[in-house]
Ligand binder design. Structure first.
Ligand code: CP
Length: 367
């Protein structure tokens, strides 16, 4: 049995397989209308969502299945102190598959370790958002006909933007991808992603604060919202939230076949006037996301039927697992609030002190 916690849990070939299924669903929806008859998805959303929750629910309904779940933590027993692990064990008694969104980095990983059904990470804190990445990859593929040889600009909150982190990890597996990282200095991409994803995979990249100067180079422009909910200092958020506003004028020197993506929700970073530009793909991206989630539900349920045993979840290129008793220093990590979780770290390079928390990937120095 497989889960999807991080986009790299699936191989490049598996992602292509999902895109093929999604294309077939679009072409032949009636063929899939009863594929999940008798199956239930539980959508456990401990944090607000419009697209991800409703697209999972629409996806399951269009496959002939049913939906249970909640849309806020306050209406679940998490409000009474129930742990993520216990929630996962309980939901396994009611549903066939789970999609979980949680404000804590690593919470869906803990759910997958404890559930006896497949768990899908529907966004965990500032960490990652693999099903948004499936929507993003399918959109790029449909717009460009390829996932290689592209200059991709990421603009906005690259520090807390979990969709950015997941998409960069996904793109690192294709050839000829050049990254242009556009952000205020305060919201630059985390160093560990530059070191362990971009540089490690030999990707070309530049960092800049100036969107307009790089606009003519871009094949894809991935705009993002500044993630107010992740800031400890709200005055810092207010100062940075309007750092980039894409207007029709700023697109004057962009390529004619640029594809503009945004995971949404948009707040102020793309003028509504851009919506009529044929290069605006962010509402197509929403639609593509539902088809990729349908393909994902089918794949995970089929795999669970063939092999109901839980697959190992620690998938990084780990050379050793560390049980040192040291707790993760990321105060947004699920292990920071659920004290019964064993602190676990992975040493990614033999002989080096730097290790990563298995829940949230935050670095720690451990001898
Ligand atoms: N893109 C995305 O995750 O949107 P929601 O927060 O509305 O689910």
């Amino acid at each position: 049995m497989r889960s999807l916690i991080d986009i790299v849990d699936f191989s490049v070939e598996e992602v292509y397989g999902l895109m093929e299924t999604a294309q077939d669903i679009i072409a032949n929806p009636a063929r899939y209308a009863d594929s999940c008859r008798g199956k239930k998805i539980a959508t456990l959303f401990f944090e607000p969502s419009t697209r991800t929750r409703l697209s999972f629910e629409a996806a399951m309904l269009e496959l002939g299945g049913s939906v249970i779940g909640f849309s806020e933590a306050s209406s679940s027993s998490a409000a009474k102190g129930e742990s993520v692990a216990d929630t996962a064990k309980v939901i396994s008694c009611y549903a066939d598959i789970v999609a979980m969104r949680h404000p804590r980095d690593g919470a869906p990983f803990v759910a997958a370790q404890n559930a006896s059904i497949p768990v899908i990470n529907a966004g965990d804190g500032g960490h990652c958002h693999p099903t948004q990445t499936l929507a993003d990859l399918f959109t790029i593929y449909r717009e460009k006909g390829r996932l290689s040889d592209l200059t991709v600009g990421f603009c906005g909150d690259l520090k807390y933007g979990r969709t950015v982190h997941s998409l960069i990890a996904a793109l690192s597996r294709y050839t000829g991808i050049r990254l242009v990282l556009i952000s205020p200095n305060e919201l630059k991409l985390p160093e560990h992603i530059k070191t362990e994803v971009i540089k490690k995979n030999g990707m070309e990249y530049v960092e800049t604060t100036d969107l307009e100067s790089v606009m003519p180079e871009l094949d894809i422009l991935y705009m993002t919202r500044v993630q107010g909910e992740r800031f400890a200092d709200k005055s810092e958020f207010l100062r940075l939230r309007d750092s980039y506003i894409l207007t029709a004028e700023k697109l004057n020197n962009a390529k004619r076949d640029l594809a503009i993506l945004h995971p949404l929700p948009r707040v102020n970073e793309i003028s509504v006037k851009v919506d009529d530009d044929p290069r605006a793909c962010y509402f197509k991206q929403v639609s593509n996301g539902k088809y990729m989630r349908m393909a994902l539900i089918l794949k995970l349920l089929n795999e669970a039927k063939k092999d109901p045993v839980r697959a190992p979840l620690i998938h990084a290129d780990a050379t050793s697992l560390i049980r040192s008793g040291i707790r993760c220093q990321n105060d947004r990590c699920i292990s920071a609030v659920e004290q019964e979780l064993e602190p676990l770290f992975i040493r990614t390079e033999p002989g080096k002190k730097i290790c990563r928390c298995v829940y949230c990937e935050t670095a720690a120095e451990i001898k």
